[in-house]
Design a protein around this ligand. Structure first.
Ligand SMILES: [Zn+2]
Length: 239
């Protein structure tokens, strides 16, 4: 076992599954404690199928989305999942929420964090959360913020693969071999009953990244998950 920790900041309550489910399952299986914050349920913008049911209300959509995310979290081995219910389309990211996320960085002390791409012309919440999560990390590093608690170091920030990477100016520089945990990620994906149209899409993404991971490393892998790192990787020796 390890005392390593990681923090994933998800705009809506399913994003962490499509975009980071492999990383979460892999690290959880290796004994890491992974914390996930779902800033909203995606109740307005990412729940179309639920809204087609008769008599649907905002509260019922939120409850259904929360139940799906909690089931997925159990399958992935997430140690701590939090739902902040900040609303979506548009998401409300105020100063109090920023300080709360900075404080969470200080409590979790992650070795790495993950959040959304910087740009996404299809979705206003995702880039807003990217900037918000990165700013919270910076505040958590600031000595003048809550001087009674120790500042964090410099955890890498990995940006999730967005739905259409080319339009988002997102370029992968890290591919994680998630072959061993693909079954868990697929089971978590299938918890998202309201977004069945995405199940096969994200399965194809994982297969493509698997092929590319093999091509770039020589390791035999069936499924991959890709990210763009915000900061340089620092090494003691090359190769
Ligand atoms: Zn989303």
């Amino acid at each position: 076992m390890t005392d390593k920790t990681a923090l994933v900041v998800s705009a809506h309550s399913a994003d962490f599954v499509w975009r980071a489910g492999g990383a979460i399952a892999l690290h959880a299986a290796a004994g890491w404690s992974v914390t996930v914050v779902c800033l909203s349920f995606g109740e307005r913008g990412e729940s179309a199928r639920l809204w087609r049911q008769d008599g649907m209300t905002l509260d019922r959509v939120k409850a259904a989305r929360r139940a799906e995310a909690e089931r997925a979290a159990g399958l992935l081995g997430i140690a701590d999942i939090r739902f902040w219910d900040l609303g979506d389309y548009p998401i409300r990211l105020d100063r109090d929420a920023l300080f709360e996320l900075a404080d969470l960085h200080r409590r979790v002390r992650p070795a790495w964090t993950m959040t959304h791409s910087r740009v996404d012309p299809y979705n206003a919440d995702h880039p807003a959360v990217s900037a918000f999560a990165q700013e919270a990390r910076i505040v958590a590093q600031a000595h003048g913020h809550d001087p009674g608690t120790p500042v964090i170091g410099a955890p890498q920030v990995y940006l999730f693969e967005p739905h259409q990477p080319e339009q988002c100016g997102w370029k992968p520089d890290t591919i994680l071999d998630i072959s061993d945990v693909w079954d868990r990620k697929r089971a978590a994906i299938e918890c998202m009953q309201g977004q069945e149209h995405l199940w096969e899409y994200y399965t194809r993404v994982a297969l493509q990244r698997g092929v590319q991971g093999s091509r770039n490393s020589g390791r035999r892998m069936s499924h991959g998950e890709a990210y763009e790192a915000v900061f340089p990787t620092v090494v003691g020796i090359l190769g």
